[in-house]
Ligand binder design. Structure first.
Ligand code: NAD
Length: 249
């Protein structure tokens, strides 16, 4: 019970096979009261219900400040505190550099980078007042190795932006005992790439993974539990690679 009675918000956690929902499940098993925030209200509510009693499902677009503020208002009204925030919502697009248009840039950067900023800003006053909190940001190995897996250069840029933002937040929030860390997943089997990866692409990717398997969502959930709980009590500003050895540096 590493998160007993802690309130943990996880964005983009309504997708049943996704990293966010796997994290929500593991957090709930560890005693947390979990708040699932995703685009579709019915999906968020149903995902939260599937975790058991005492959890909350809310709809918000993480890139929309008013929706984010309204959602955090509901969290505070119900629980009165926020202990963990997992900035997980994200989208990707397999585009080549010269094919990236303004709408592609805006869509991908908005969810991962603006969403991480807005969600963090919404909980920081509460965490500061509590003098405790943990923010976990889901970046990607694409940020570190310059893509080459699935997402285009704008996705790599968004996820590299998340690394920089998280490190700077860690520096600013350390004095308030609010920790901020990143996870850089390798290729994990979820709906983000479902049906879009050919067998040939998968074989090529596997050839570069020493552990010779793609990741499971629970591999990321376990890393999020480490960073979200007191197991990582003296870690802030770190980047935790969870990639089966795809990138060793
Ligand atoms: P997924 O598509 O299964 O889940 C993403 C969720 O985010 C969905 O439920 C979606 O509805 C939600 N979402 C999208 N835009 C949103 C918005 N504006 N506001 C709120 N919610 C929104 O994807 P996943 O594979 O579980 O990815 C989760 C995170 O992990 C993403 O940030 C992704 O970039 C990152 N990531 C995934 C992999 C991988 O291989 N699966 C690798 C590295 C990083």
């Amino acid at each position: 019970m590493l998160l007993k009675d802690k309130v943990a918000i996880i964005t983009g956690a309504a997708s049943a096979r996704g990293l966010g929902f796997a994290t929500a499940k593991l957090f709930a098993e560890n005693g947390a009261k979990v708040v699932i925030i995703d685009l579709n209200e019915a999906a968020s509510i149903s995902a939260a219900r599937s975790l058991g009693e005492g959890h909350l499902g809310l709809a918000a677009n993480v890139a929309d400040e008013a929706q984010v503020q309204a959602a955090i208002g509901q969290v505070m009204a119900k629980y009165g505190r926020v202990d963990v925030l997992v900035n997980n919502a994200g989208i990707t697009q397999p585009l080549k550099l010269m094919d990236i248009r303004r709408e592609n840039y805006d869509a991908v950067l908005d969810v991962s980078l603006r969403g991480t900023l807005l969600m963090s800003q919404a909980v920081i006053p509460t965490m500061r007042a509590q003098k405790s909190g943990s923010i976990v940001c889901i970046s990607s190995v694409s940020a570190q190795r310059g893509g080459g897996i699935f997402g285009g250069p704008h996705y790599s840029a968004a996820k590299a932006g998340v690394l920089g933002l998280a490190r700077a937040m860690a520096r600013e929030l350390g004095p308030d005992n609010v920790r901020v860390n990143c996870i850089t997943p390798g290729l994990i089997q979820t709906d983000i790439t479902a049906g879009k990866l050919t067998d040939e692409m998968t074989a090529g990717i596997l050839a570069g993974i020493p552990m010779n398997r793609l990741g499971d969502a629970v591999d990321i959930a376990r890393a999020a539990l480490f960073l979200g709980s007191d197991l990582s009590s003296y870690s802030t500003g770190i980047t935790l690679d969870v990639n089966g050895g795809m990138l060793i540096h």
